[in-house]
Ligand binder design. Structure first.
Ligand code: BGC
Length: 573
């Protein structure tokens, strides 16, 4: 998903090259080109589930209240220089206190499901079940789940959205250590025990690629380790084992009683060969996907890492004089234990890259990125309204969905994340580009479904603007704008709220005229919301003024009374 700063420069350098080298796509994909005429009007299958997503650290705030333990993200964000403008998720959207308001927003959108995550240290402050269970944390999630169900919104729970208890990081080195498998299993087991009678959709891990690469290889994310060439592979190895163990726990202990489903949420970009007639580019694009999605998907579907990863990392490790591959190996019994541990695949997707072959000589130092022997390119014509890595390329989404279908035997898919950001300076609630992004990406998903891809639900990322990891609050993915400067953290609907709501109520795209009228109405509404938002700093200011004025007036009153009292005293004497 994220190709961060170190690759940004490279991407820019290749901009021009990509423009020249973009070759037209093959015949069967003609209608995926981003042209008006390629739009597909139609509806989604009955029962298709529409939702929005969030995660605990990004939205809850309340980082140190009601007995919550500290997570690796609390610690990382508090270190100077790690997050843009040194921001933290200490308060964020205050979702911990405002979840009832947020559910009302979801109700208004007529959502079918809400995807959120449980903060592990909020319910197990020291990470371990044997030490202390924080009942206040349990109660928070219980209330949230109950209120969702009362409003007929299905809870979809992620167990790990990156906020490992800090104690486990300090004591064992976090995911570098195999002992995390049992700790995570205990935590998951507790969640099944306490919430499983009401929750039917579980996701073990969110985007483990990011945990491995950004947490343990580049260090841009918590815990901030830079173990190049080995850290990411080891982390991923343990995460895959932990996922499999939790799937088996659910399967053996809880499934028959609770009758739920459990999967994993993998995030991946699509990689398109720069030149579809060049075999080297085709293979490089294949490697791009296999090192991204296949790294996790191949083990959970087929029992082992993609062949191409084993070959490339094995060969490079040999050239570096290492006795064994830097990619760990699954034992035969582990392979059969891990194979088939997904009831559904959660898929997160945001963007696409063009890919070409590029050799990285082993002398230059090892890294996950160098192991792939490829370069990533972008087409400068692709819209990129927000995050630098996020270009809007709707057709890539359909290709990724098709890839999952053909590669892993057409599994049941829930799209667990898809959306687009904007830079902080654009506080415009009329987010045309987001409406466009959702319209086109959701349309590509519809085409994929019509072609037989088994997608059961879609989750727009995200309900609210929130703490965007190392980017702090500078990038906003929300359907709702959150005014973080105001201590009440008010939410304002962007135009895309209304637009998404229309897609949901029509369960698809009826016709051109309707779509135009959705856009018109959404734009009218957001213009008036814009005025409200513009008035907000004034209100915020007025509150501040009150804080200054009231004490000042009081002081003046006291002084005046004192003077008056002295005056009376003098007259009496
Ligand atoms: C993460 C989200 C994040 C999004 C955009 C996803 O992979 O799961 O937490 O907000 O990427 O960066």
């Amino acid at each position: 998903m994220k190709t961060k700063r170190n690759t940004k420069l490279l991407l820019r350098m290749f901009h021009l090259f990509a423009l020249v080298s973009c070759v037209s796509t093959s015949e069967d994909f003609n209608w995926t080109k981003n042209e008006k005429t390629s739009f597909y009007f139609g509806t989604f299958p009955t029962g298709f589930s529409w939702g929005v997503g969030s995660s605990a650290y990004q939205t809850e705030g309340a980082w140190n209240v009601d007995g919550k333990g500290v997570s690796i993200w609390d610690v990382f964000a508090h270190k100077k220089g790690k997050i843009s403008s040194n921001e933290t998720g200490d308060l964020s959207c205050e979702g911990y206190y405002k979840f009832k308001d947020d559910i009302n927003l979801m109700k208004d959108m007529k959502l079918n499901h809400y995807r959120f995550s449980i903060s592990w240290p909020r319910i197990l402050p020291s990470g371990s079940k044997s030490e202390y269970i924080n009942e206040k944390g349990i109660k928070y999630y219980d209330d949230l789940i109950n209120m969702l169900l009362e409003n007929r919104i299905t809870p979809v729970i992620t167990l790990y959205h990156w906020d490992l208890p800090q104690v486990l990081q300090e004591k064992y080195g976090g995911w570098q250590n195999i002992s995390m498998v049992n700790y995570f299993n205990d935590f998951a087991n507790l969640c099944f025990e306490r919430f499983g009678n009401k929750v039917k959709y579980w996701i073990t891990f969110n985007n483990p690629w990011s945990v491995a690469v950004e947490g343990y290889e580049t260090g841009e994310h918590a815990p901030g380790l830079k173990l190049r060439g080995t850290g990411a592979y080891k982390t991923a190895h343990h995460i895959i084992k932990a996922h499999a163990k939790v799937w088996h726990t659910y399967d053996m202990k809880w499934r028959s009683k609770q009758k739920g489903l459990i999967g994993i949420s993998l995030t991946a970009d699509w990689g398109e060969p720069v030149d579809v007639s060049n075999q080297k580019d085709i293979e490089a694009a294949e490697r791009y996907i296999q090192f991204y999605l296949g790294w996790f998907a191949a083990p959970v579907f087929n029992g082992d890492y993609p062949q191409v990863m084993k070959e490339y990392i094995g060969r490079k490790s040999g050239q570096q004089g290492l006795g064994a591959s830097r990619l760990p190996v699954f034992l035969p019994q582990e392979k059969s234990y891990i194979k088939g541990t997904v009831d559904f695949l959660g898929l997160g997707h945001y963007t696409t890259r063009y890919v070409t072959q590029k050799n990285y000589p082993s002398g230059l130092g090892d890294s996950y990125f160098a192991d792939r022997d490829l370069a990533e390119l972008v087409d400068p014509r692709w819209p990129d309204p927000g995050s630098e890595w996020l270009y809007s390329v709707p057709w890539g989404f359909r290709r990724l969905l098709n890839f999952v279908k053909s590669q892993y035997g057409n599994p049941m898919i829930y799209v667990t994340e898809n959306g687009v950001s904007e830079k902080m300076l654009c506080t415009d609630l009329c987010d045309d580009w987001r409406m466009q992004y959702f319209k086109d990406y959701i349309n590509e998903m519809l085409k994929a479904i019509k072609a037989g891809v088994n997608v059961k639900g879609y989750t727009a990322w995200s309900l609210l603007d929130s703490f965007e990891w190392d980017e702090g609050f500078s990038e906003r993915f929300g359907l709702y704008f959150v005014d973080f400067r105001n201590k009440n953290k008010p939410r304002y609907p962007k135009a895309s709220v209304l637009y998404y709501k229309r897609i949901i109520s029509s369960n698809g795209f009826p016709n051109q005229r309707e779509l135009e009228s959705w856009k018109r109405k959404a734009t009218e509404t957001c213009s008036s919301s814009n005025q409200l938002l513009a008035a907000d700093p004034l209100i915020g200011h007025m509150e501040m003024v009150t804080e200054i004025v009231i004490p000042t007036v009081c002081t003046l009153c006291i002084l005046l009374s004192a003077v008056f009292f002295l005056f009376l005293l003098r007259r009496c004497l």
